[in-house]
Design a protein around this ligand. Structure first.
Ligand SMILES: [Zn+2]
Length: 305
């Protein structure tokens, strides 16, 4: 069965300025490397739809959704937070990114594809229920998880967030929701400086010190994330797939490599095969060193196809 590769040209039109690391060039770099990888016969390219207000409200307050729609400029730029800016195309890009998560759930749950990768931006995992934050406007992975619970009456959905930054937004949306298990590995201390204290039984936070390499990362995942996933027995697994833990990334200081992303993807997929009928959905989060981002995504996809 093929893997759905979901994206949309609108996602490349969201642009926060030439000096901003969360740049449209990220998606182009991924696309180019995927083309070179030989994986294309195993992929099915699909365009992301626009998420509706009702779908966005699965994870966000109406006030936040209204604020984003109202803030959308017809020209120029508008700041939502110190790191997050809207241009005239941002609202469509953000709705496509969330819509990709919705479509991925529909395709995977209906058996059209066993897995899906959403090559979208803006990313989502810092966006909280009531606010945009840290390059993120709507929490794509949370919208996908909440949609899967509602539309397909699932009882247990797991989110594995291996972005180098803590998934504070996803935690904010799902803490104390026993239908969702969130496992987040991240460098600490680092933006957004959360995730270090106890939160709730359904949140597994794995802070890692600067300089952590693949060996230590794998040990931490093996002793915390994988057993928690196995016990939870999810019916669907979603990745918040950020590749900014790569050794070459300019925004953080972990020392992960392409093979570490392949490893965690394989380990989590084994659990998806055991518990979730091999259903996995991955959404792009961070990753700012373009060559490392592109080759890490390919390593991730190689373990998903
Ligand atoms: Zn990140």
């Amino acid at each position: 069965m093929t893997l759905a590769f979901i994206s949309h040209p609108d996602c490349a039109l969201h642009d926060m300025g030439s000096s901003h690391p969360e740049s449209p060039l990220r998606l182009a770099a991924i696309q180019k490397q995927v083309r070179l990888s030989g994986l294309e016969p195993l992929l099915e390219y699909v365009e992301a739809p626009l998420a509706s207000r009702e779908q966005l409200a699965l994870a966000h307050t109406v006030e936040h959704i209204d604020f984003v729609f109202r803030s959308s400029p017809t020209q120029g730029m508008v700041d939502l937070d110190p790191d997050t800016t809207m241009n005239p195309h941002t609202l469509a890009a953000a709705r496509r990114a969330a819509g990709a998560a919705i479509l991925a759930v529909d395709r995977v749950m209906s058996g059209l594809n066993h897995a899906a990768f959403c090559s979208v931006r803006p990313p989502g995992h810092h966006a909280e229920r009531h606010r945009a934050m840290g390059f993120c406007i709507f929490n794509n992975v949370a919208i996908g998880a909440a949609y899967a619970l509602q539309k397909y009456s699932l009882q247990r959905v797991a989110i594995v967030d291996f972005d180098v930054h803590h998934g504070n937004g996803t935690e904010n949306i799902f803490r104390h929701n026993p239908a969702v298990l969130l496992c987040s590995t991240f460098q600490s201390p680092l933006y957004p400086y959360s995730g270090t204290g106890p939160v709730a039984d359904n949140i597994i936070n794995v802070p890692l010190p600067a300089g952590t390499d693949g060996t230590t990362f794998r040990k931490a995942v093996t002793t915390t994330v994988l057993p928690a996933l196995d016990t939870f027995a999810p019916e669907l697994i979603l990745f918040s797939a950020g590749f900014d833990g790569h050794r070459d990334d300019p925004l953080a200081s972990l020392n992960l490599l392409e093979q570490d992303y392949h490893w965690i993807t394989t380990e989590v997929r084994n659990l998806a095969q055991r518990h979730a009928k091999d259903r996995i959905i991955s959404l792009l989060e961070g990753g700012y060193a373009l060559p490392a981002l592109a080759s890490s995504v390919v390593a991730h996809l190689q373990a998903l196809v």
